[in-house]
Ligand binder design. Structure first.
Ligand code: BGC
Length: 759
């Protein structure tokens, strides 16, 4: 029998009525309940909890129903229909021997029905509070369908724009990613996981996935332990400290041992060092893939490696269900290890209050896509847009002064494409495109013309360009909506060429020829290389994939209702060959500078070697990026002055305050993201030339000056040293404050005395 199709009418589970029961939240009490339940469970039932099955397509086939009744399934994923979810829970709770409810997982990555900007766009807000609100909205909306676990946040440090999954990430920076990771965890989970509208979160992909070679998805990663600890693991530690319920392993091979079978990561770091008490889920079928990696001979050995390494739950594979029992019987896997994994999973179920309230009544929750959701989506989009360039104050446009504008390009009116990757449940009908938003904002004041010009971003057909040129010529300004469709970024969508795809550069060139002001609004899932268009346009707004409310946000920014305030969470290379290029690089022994470079066109074939500059640069491009990390312009001008420290010398364990005055010198109120960078000049391992150590979004009225203070404790300057232990070393530190990583406003202080810091 196949049961529970979404369209069989509402399922009214027996236990779903009245207000939700209040679950026991005390961890001691939860542990007692976990132990009592474990004592009742057979080995098969225990292994069942460790198995997560795919229940996609809105139906639950017989094997799933039978599996639920037999207690062979602990979790399902990819079912997002409340009736189906309730029916699955009903079978699990009412028809299985022990009545253990299900974890219902889903990729709720940047919104559910209401879509926020892609995570990389959210990172460009540098606004943890707003990012948290976005996660709250997503959790609330997802909860209405019975989903109780999201596979987010994705917090892989990403320094390669070729990698499609950079779109899902929070960018290249350890601190920014860590702070926003915590914000997302708090947003999804709230401070009470069992509260209606809270869902468990999952920090992924543990670990090092962002370092895949040449940005090819799923490829190998090689990351020395020190770098792993100083960079890639830090956001995960922050998420664990913030109480993230689960972690997902990475698909990738880390230094020869795929993450899904990596005991160092899953036991030594995660359990022994960090004391993580949640559970670890594999990635999709990544346990069986251990064989494909070449680590194991067959599925049984893969199950062994993953279980031995500490993977508690298998996603969408059958290595555990088929082989774990045998491995236990052969004494290769201890029952106590199975018990630990199951306890980790059951704890999450108790914390979520699923035993008390397994069923979902959408009426108990606020309506989806309500005013708050849409407003949060609009705020997030507004703050995520980065103004990369604004020659001669081309922006904002003035609806009073202009008579007409031409809207041109494949992403002007593409409701789906503006939503970005991972939008399984996004509601396309909610999407407001720039074209519609501009019409409703200024359509009554000026003539708004529109020619799409290209079917999609990859199109190479140029027939419609003439028409686009014509409307541009007849208008006072041309706004080009360029970039990448959603499908060009995200999982398994890496690119080797990250220029604007198709014939977009040619379209820009043609429109440029009209002599009219040209504004490029770029919607994309990654930093694109814009070198071939940057000089052809007067202004650039980089909008990422801005989500449901992208249109109204972009319209408000174009017409000066609000000033752009996003800042880049990732460096923009000039050309792909510069990758990896990121702000926190090391100095090297031969750092480049303007006087130490030479261009390929200027090399004399017989010149002595020294004329080549002998520094770390490419002959055929500049050594700097096109746009630096942290960059982002505004309609006002922010001025930083008087950087200073509260003490020139501090002892280990002390705090120094770095301060500066920030003034809004323009004539509009605007937000600025103040950034604090530090360099540890001399250390037992070489340290980055700059590391972000603090940031703050502030709003200043015209003419207003405020003092910005950042407190830096010496622990904030700790790093993992030669022995892979955290250390803070005395010595001189430079500190910069400003509106981008290129700031030169610097002071310094010294840490004196002491030696090693533990913990
Ligand atoms: C992705 C994960 C995702 C999972 C479930 C995998 O292919 O790597 O990030 O959560 O699928 O959809």
């Amino acid at each position: 029998m196949t049961f529970s199709r979404a369209d069989c009418g509402p399922v009214i589970p027996r236990k779903m009525s009245g207000s939700p029961a209040k679950p026991e939240n005390n961890s001691e009490a939860i542990n007692q309940r976990v132990n009592a339940l474990l004592a009742e469970m057979t080995l098969a039932e225990k292994i069942g909890q460790m198995c997560q099955l795919d229940a996609s397509n809105g139906y639950a086939p017989d094997y799933l129903a039978d599996g639920l009744r037999a207690g062979r399934v602990g979790s399902v994923l990819n079912v997002a229909d409340v009736n189906t979810v309730n029916e699955l829970q009903r079978v699990a709770v009412e028809e299985s021997r022990l009545g253990i409810p299900l974890l219902v997982g889903r990729d709720v990555i940047h919104g559910f029905r209401t879509i926020m900007p892609i995570p990389l766009g959210q990172a460009a807000t540098w606004n943890p509070e707003l990012v948290k609100q976005g996660a709250q909205v997503a959790a609330l909306e997802a909860s209405t369908t019975g989903i109780n676990w999201t596979f987010a946040p994705m917090i892989d440090i990403s320094r390669d724009a070729r990698w499609g999954r950079i779109a899902e990430s929070l960018g290249e920076c350890v601190l920014l990613t860590s702070k926003l990771a915590v914000a997302m965890v708090e947003g999804f989970q709230s401070d009470d996981l069992s509260a209606p509208g809270s869902i468990a979160s999952c920090a992924k992909h543990f670990a090092g996935y962002g370092a895949v070679e040449s940005g090819r998805d799923y490829a190998t990663t090689n990351v020395p332990e020190t770098k792993l600890r100083n960079v890639h693991l830090r956001p995960f530690k922050a998420a664990v400290d913030a109480g993230v319920t689960t972690l997902m392993t990475s698909f990738s091979d880390l230094n020869g041992i795929p993450a899904t079978g990596n005991e160092f990561l899953l036991r030594q770091v995660l359990r022994d060092e960090w004391d993580f008490d949640g559970f670890v889920v594999s990635d999709w079928d990544s346990i069986r893939q251990l064989q494909i990696h070449g680590l194991t001979e067959n599925d049984k050995e893969s199950a062994f490696e993953a279980a031995a390494a500490g993977v508690d739950m298998e996603m969408a594979g059958d290595a555990y269900s088929k082989h774990l029992a045998e491995l236990v019987e052969e004494d290769r896997i201890e029952v106590s290890d199975v018990d630990t994994a199951v306890a980790n999973i059951l704890r999450a179920k108790f914390r979520l209050g699923l035993f008390e309230n397994p069923f979902t009544n959408p009426a108990d929750l606020p309506p989806i896509a309500n005013e708050r959701s849409l407003d949060t989506a609009k705020q997030a989009a507004l703050q995520s847009v980065v103004m990369l360039k604004n020659e001669h104050n081309t922006l904002p446009l003035s609806a009073e002064k202009l008579n007409s504008v031409a809207l041109i390009g494949p992403l002007s009116d593409a409701p789906y494409q503006q939503l970005g990757t991972w939008i399984f449940d996004g509601d396309l009908d909610l999407s407001v495109t720039p074209m519609h938003a501009i019409h409703s904002l200024v359509g009554h004041d000026l003539d708004v013309r529109y020619v799409r010009a290209m079917e999609n971003s990859r199109s190479k057909a140029t027939e419609a360009f003439d028409e686009a040129v014509e409307i541009a010529r007849d208008s006072d300004a041309a706004i080009l909506f360029l970039g990448e469709e959603s499908i060009l970024s995200g999982e398994a969508h890496s690119r080797a060429d990250i220029n604007l795809p198709g014939d977009q550069a040619e379209l820009v060139r043609r429109i440029r020829e009209t002599g009219k002001p040209v504004i490029a609004v770029i919607l994309a899932g990654r930093p694109l290389t814009l070198t071939n268009i940057v000089d052809q346009v007067d202004a650039i707004l980089y909008a990422w994939h801005p989500g449901t409310m992208g249109g109204p946000a972009i319209a408000d920014l174009l017409f000066g209702i609000e000033s752009p305030s996003g800042k880049l969470p990732a460096t923009f290379p000039r050309m792909v060959g510069q990758i990896p290029i990121y702000y926190s690089q090391k100095n090297s022994g031969k750092p480049p500078s303007r006087d130490k470079i030479v261009h390929i066109d200027d090399i004399d074939t017989r010149a002595p070697q020294t004329s080549l500059g002998m520094s770390a640069f490419h002959l055929d491009t500049h050594f700097t990026p096109l746009f630096a990390f942290g960059h982002g312009l505004s309609y006002t001008e922010f001025d930083y002055q008087h950087i200073r420290v509260s003490a020139k010398e501090i002892g280990l364990g002390d705090t120094v305050t770095v301060s500066a005055e920030l003034t809004n010198r323009g004539d509009v109120a605007a937000d600025e993201v103040v950034q604090l960078y530090v360099r540890d000049l001399v250390a037992s391992i070489t340290r980055p030339v700059k590391e972000l150590k603090g940031f703050l979004r502030v709003r200043l009225e015209p003419g207003q000056t405020i003092t910005i203070d950042f407190d830096l404790h010496t622990n904030d300057l700790a790093f993992f040293g030669r022995d892979n232990q955290p250390t803070v070393e005395p010595g001189v530190f430079h500190a910069w404050m400003g509106g981008s990583s290129e700031t030169e406003l610097r002071t310094e202080f010294r840490i004196v005395d002491g030696d090693q810091l533990s913990g």
